[in-house]
Design a protein around this ligand. Structure first.
Ligand code: FAD
Length: 311
C-alpha cells in the first residue's frame, strides 16, 4: 500500500503556471502540493533570455524560474519533482492522484501540464537530434548544424546556436515562407554562416555506426534530393499539448487543449486548467500566471463553498 495524503489542492505541473497557482493557494491557506514529472520551471528553463517579464527588463529564463521556485519554497509548499503520475481520477467531490510513490486525495486539482515539442516524423535513433538549443547547443561549437522549422522558435534558437559558435547553420522550412518575426529573420540571415531554405524538407538521416553523419533534404518543388553533411539537428516544429493524463476525462478543443471557463474551470467541478495547456490565443509566461491566479482564487472559493455546504 502506498502512503496516502489528504490535501486541499493538487497542482499537476510545476512551470510558471503551476508555481503561481501554488503561491496564491498557499497564501489562501490551502494545503497544496505540486507534482512535477521533471524539474520545476517548465519551458522557461530552456528560454535563454526573457525580455518581457515586467520587473526584469532582461533575465535568463532559468534564473527567473529559480526565483519563482524560491517564492514557492518560502511558503513551504511541498514540491515532488521527477514524479510520475500513474493514475488520475477527477470525477466526484474527492479527486485521487496516484504517483509512483504516494496516493493524494484532494478536493481540487489544477492541471498545468503545458506543451511539448512536436517530434520529427522520422525514426531518429541517434543522440544528435535535439529539441532545445539552450539545453544541448553547447556541444556544437565549430560544428555544422541543421535547424528544422521556420517559425519564431527556430529563428530564436538558431541565433543562440550562432552565439555558441557553430561553424555552419542550415535552416529548412517545408512551407514557401518563414514565419518568424521580421526582425529576427533579418538578424539571422545577415550572418555569413547561415543558409536558409524554404520549400525544403528533411526526409531522412544518414547514420554511420549509430552516429549522425548527414541529413537528406528534398526540394519539394523539384523533388531533388541531396545529402547535407551535418553534426547535429535541432528540430522546432511547434508544440503539442501534454494531455495524456486527463484527455479521457476533460473536455478538450479539437487540437487537444483544455477548454477552460472564465474561472479556469473545466467540465468537472473542482478541476481547473491553466497556462499553455489551455485553449487560448497567446501563450506567454504572464498569461500562464494570470490563468493560475484566477484558478487558485477560484479553488479557494470552491472549497469554501463545499465546506459551507457541509456545516
Ligand atoms: C522557445 C520558447 C521561447 C519562449 N520565450 C518566452 C518569452 O521570452 N517570454 C514569455 O513570456 N514566454 C515565452 N515562451 C512561452 C512560455 O515559455 C510559456 O508560455 C510558459 O512556459 C507556459 O507555462 P506553463 O506553466 O503553462 O507550461 P510549461 O512551462 O510548459 O510547464 C509545464 C510543466 O508541466 C510539467 N508536466 C507536463 N506533464 C506532466 C505530467 N504528466 N505530470 C507532471 N508534470 C507534468 C512539465 O514538465 C513542465 O514543467 C517561450 C516558449 C518557447 C517554446
Amino acid at each position: 500500500m502506498k502512503p496516502e495524503q489528504h490535501v486541499d489542492l493538487v497542482i499537476v505541473g510545476g512551470g510558471p503556471a503551476g508555481m503561481t497557482a501554488a503561491v496564491y493557494a498557499a497564501q489562501a491557506n490551502l494545503s497544496t502540493v505540486i507534482l512535477e514529472e521533471s524539474v520545476t520551471g517548465g519551458l522557461v528553463n530552456s528560454t535563454h533570455t526573457v525580455l518581457n517579464f515586467p520587473s526584469y527588463p532582461k533575465i535568463h529564463g532559468m534564473e527567473l524560474m529559480e526565483k519563482m521556485r524560491a517564492h514557492v519554497d518560502s511558503l513551504s509548499v511541498p514540491v515532488e519533482e521527477i514524479c510520475e503520475i500513474e493514475a488520475l481520477s477527477l470525477e466526484g467531490e474527492m479527486k485521487t492522484v496516484e504517483t509512483d510513490e504516494e496516493l493524494f486525495r484532494s478536493r481540487a486539482v489544477i492541471l498545468a501540464t503545458g506543451r511539448k515539442p512536436v517530434p520529427l516524423d522520422l525514426p531518429t535513433e541517434c543522440d544528435e537530434v535535439h529539441y532545445c538549443a539552450i539545453c544541448d547547443g553547447g556541444a556544437y561549437k565549430d560544428k555544422r548544424v541543421l535547424v528544422v522549422g521556420g517559425g519564431n522558435s527556430a529563428f530564436d534558437e538558431s541565433l543562440y546556436l550562432l552565439q555558441v559558435g557553430v561553424s555552419t547553420l542550415t535552416l529548412v522550412e517545408s512551407q514557401n515562407r518563414f514565419f518568424a518575426a521580421d526582425t529576427t529573420q533579418t538578424q539571422l540571415l545577415a550572418d555569413d554562416r547561415v543558409e536558409a531554405r524554404t520549400g525544403t524538407k528533411l526526409v531522412d538521416l544518414c547514420l554511420e555506426e549509430g552516429r549522425l553523419a548527414g541529413a537528406i533534404l528534398e526540394n519539394l518543388a523539384t523533388g531533388n534530393r541531396e545529402t547535407l553533411p551535418v553534426d547535429g539537428i535541432f528540430v522546432f516544429l511547434g508544440q503539442s499539448p501534454n494531455n495524456d493524463l486527463f484527455k479521457d476525462q476533460i473536455t478538450l478543443s479539437e487540437k487537444g487543449y483544455i477548454l477552460a471557463g472564465a474561472d479556469m474551470g473545466t467540465n468537472l467541478p473542482g478541476v481547473y486548467g491553466v497556462g499553455d495547456i489551455n485553449e487560448k490565443i497567446f501563450r506567454q509566461i504572464t498569461t500562464a500566471m494570470g490563468d493560475a491566479t484566477v484558478a487558485a482564487l477560484s479553488v479557494e472559493r470552491y472549497i469554501r463553498t463545499l465546506k459551507g455546504n457541509m456545516t
